[in-house]
Design a protein around this ligand. Structure first.
Ligand code: C2O
Ligand code: CU
Length: 570
């Protein structure tokens, strides 16, 4: 008996060693600090006093144990691990009202989850608009020991992109939910790894009409990538922007795209690339230019009329000083409304050979119409004319334990009227709010058609990057105008890319397919922070019966959730 036990122990230890998986432990505290991300001092939401938050680096198969303490004085907090699918740990997804209760001031929550797939990810706040307050950082997963990436490089750099406002998120949130709505406007600056410059250009001497920057703080000094000539570097690029769609280009250097959202793509080479909020990419860059100069990395705004200076970083070739300005002006961002160009970039993203293929058919298809609406004079975004409201007790706990009256159990609409004209403002702009959720049969294959439309104003249709929690999906296709049944025949079932974020272009549709195989409750929403705040999202659930071990503190908030404290968890 004792021997059998001993053998069992030895075997399990061995298995552990063979797998090479490690538990990585972190202790984090979230709180406001003063910082000057774009040379103007503001409050910034930081982790352990750092902005952006610390980079998590792990290997595929590792487990993250992260104790998050809330040291904000008067508000809750959660952190979402964007792109991590949370198989078996849906309560660690970090979405307030969906997967857990917000962590109260002075309280802690243990995030425990596996990072099962190599790739470029990030994390961010997912309560109110805390992401826009600066609560974000990078999460990078390397291939596990003994595995290799399907491409080679000599070194790598990480560029986490964001946009930055000088008004507080409280000001922004109150404005968005006032009548009439007070729009947040364009950001005051774009940031690369949390650094930018407001209202000035580092390249002022090369860019006519721009004013020179006074770098008043170390916080706003430009990012410098020190390279060696004739090497290949992997640039990991992710966008945590609140509003802006971005374009990135490097002076004189082309880029080969090899990864998107933690999935390998068929390599293709570009001079500039679009990055929407919620997306991540890896590109390979070869330092084959003349070494007498440094070069700019330039990040500018797409898809909205820009009113924000481009962010600049420097590629530094030896023996130049890092502070030596590049000889030529920074690459210009393509015209903001050149959507044909954006589409051609996006359509080139295809799965790398050998990537998992989608099931040939779906069990169910839903169509989600994206509209801007009015509700008692408030401006909202709605999906099939339902604007998302979040319940006080998180869905995960209330669904798992069948709590009554925790959210609206009416089934949300799975399509929209066949005579709805997506090219014009709605005839009836009124919408309603609900906490209802789509519940899918466990392990079924779901197709989602995201349909864009005209907003409230004439001739306006915006870009919306949609992000799904808990899954990657295959992007089967895109089209202009209203989706029609015949478009199904154009779906790409051969090499559709797997992603967790996908864009819908103005007046267009995007089709995606995923397998509802991850027990839990998952947000699916526009990654533009103010749009989500105004209701632009839905909630998906599947296999919730199979969810185990939801921590009590992830459930027991809101009236219904609190009743559980007395009755004990079933
Ligand atoms: Cu990166 Cu629900 O978001
Ligand atoms: Cu949006």
């Amino acid at each position: 008996m004792a021997n059998a036990l001993l053998i069992a122990c030895v075997v399990s230890v061995l298995l552990h060693a063979v797998g090479g998986a490690t538990v990585r432990r972190f202790k984090w505290e979230v709180g406001y600090i003063y910082a000057s991300p774009d040379c103007e001092e503001k409050l910034v939401m930081a982790i352990n006093g750092q902005f952006p938050g610390p980079t998590i680096r792990a290997k595929a198969g590792d487990t993250i144990h992260l104790q998050l303490k809330n040291t904000l004085h008067t508000e809750g907090v959660v952190i979402h691990w964007h792109g991590i699918r949370q198989h078996g740990t849906p309560w660690a997804d970090g979405t307030a009202s969906i997967s857990q209760c917000a962590i109260n001031p002075e309280e802690s929550f243990l995030y425990r989850f596996k990072v099962d797939k190599a790739g470029t990810y990030f994390y961010h706040g997912h309560y109110g608009m805390q992401r826009a307050a600066g609560l974000y950082g990078s999460l990078i997963v390397d291939v596990s020991d003994g595995e290799e990436e399907p491409f080679q490089y000599d070194g790598e750099f990480n560029l986490l992109l964001s946009d930055w406002y000088h008004t507080s998120i409280y000001d922004q949130m109150v404005g968005l939910s006032s009548r009439p709505m007070k729009w947040i406007g364009e950001p005051q600056s774009l940031l690369i790894n949390g650094r930018g410059q407001t209202n000035c250009s580092l390249a002022a001497s090369l860019v006519p009409g721009s004013s020179a920057c006074e770098l008043t703080s170390k916080d706003c000094e430009p990012v410098v990538l020190k390279v060696l000539p004739n090497k290949t570097y992997r640039l990991r690029i992710a966008s945590a922007t609140s509003l802006a769609s971005l374009n990135l280009a490097i002076g004189n250097h082309s880029m080969t795209v090899v990864e998107a959202d933690g999935n390998y793509v068929e390599p293709f080479t570009v001079d500039d690339m679009d990055i929407y909020s919620g997306e991540s990419y890896s590109v390979l860059v070869t330092t084959n230019q003349k070494t007498s100069s440094n070069y700019w990395i330039s990040v500018g705004v797409r898809g909205r009329k820009p009113n924000t200076q481009s962010a600049l970083a420097i590629i530094n070739y030896p023996p130049n000083a890092p502070s030596k300005l590049p000889e030529s002006s920074p690459p210009a961002t393509p015209l903001w409304n050149d959507y044909a160009r954006s589409k051609s970039f996006t359509y080139r993203i295809l799965a790398r050979q050998g990537a998992p293929k989608p099931p040939p058919n779906a069990d169910k298809r839903i169509a989600l119409l994206n509209t801007q609406n009015k509700m008692d004079g408030y401006t909202k975004w709605a999906i099939n004319n339902v604007s998302l409201a979040l319940p006080a007790t998180p869905y995960l706990g209330s669904m798992r334990y069948h709590l009554k009256n925790a959210f609206d159990t009416k089934i949300p609409p799975e399509s929209f009227p066949s005579d709805y004209d997506v090219m014009r403002p709605a005839k009836n702009q009124n919408t309603t709010q609900s906490t209802n959720a789509y519940v899918f049969q466990f392990n079924s294959t779901i197709d989602v058609i995201l349909q864009n439309a005209n907003a409230i104003a004439e001739n306006v249709s915006e870009i919306h990057p949609w992000h799904l929690h808990g899954h990657d999906f295959w992007v089967l296709g895109y089209g202009d105008g209203r989706f029609q049944e015949k478009d199904v025949s154009t779906f790409n079932l051969k090499n559709p890319p797997l992603r967790n974020t996908v864009v819908i272009f103005p007046y267009g549709w995007t089709a995606l397919r995923f397998i509802a195989d991850n027990p839990g409750v998952w947000a699916f929403h526009c990654h533009i922070e103010p749009h989500l705040h105004m209701g632009m999202g839905v909630v998906f659930a599947e296999g919730v019966e199979n969810v185990r071990n939801v921590p009590t503190e992830a459930i027991t908030c809101g009236m219904t959730g609190k009743m559980l404290i007395n009755n004990h968890l079933p």
